[in-house]
Write a protein that binds this ligand. Structure first.
Ligand code: SF4
Ligand code: SF4
Length: 93
């Protein structure tokens, strides 16, 4: 997301991080998750599933903010996200 100005407290805000999971054999390669991810985390991979569809893959996994949008928009319930564990640095800091 592009801000017209960076919020003054931006450095104090913890951004949630997510991990995206794909249930490969459910995917029908429609690309909705790729098209609508607000952080452009996903892209089509060269891999095929059993049905012969190209699967999405996380090309920018560190940018996932665990918004669940891909999960909500997928017509096949083939993708979901979960909160990434806080890093050791975040826990200790
Ligand atoms: S959870 Fe949100 S940011 Fe992460 S891959 Fe899905 S749509 Fe993109
Ligand atoms: S929205 Fe679901 S079915 Fe469509 S490409 Fe993404 S994971 Fe596959």
């Amino acid at each position: 997301m592009a801000f017209w100005r960076i919020p003054l407290d931006a450095e104090q805000i913890d951004v949630t991080r997510g991990i995206v999971y794909i249930i490969e054999d459910r995917c029908k390669g429609c690309g909705y998750c790729i098209e609508y991810c607000p952080k452009q985390v996903l892209a089509f991979s060269k891999k095929f599933n059993k049905k012969g569809y190209h699967l999405p893959e996380a090309v920018k996994p560190d940018d996932c903010v665990n918004c669940h949008y891909c999960e909500n928009i997928c017509p096949e319930f083939a993708i979901y996200s979960a909160e990434a564990s806080p890093s050791a640095e975040a826990v200790s800091g």
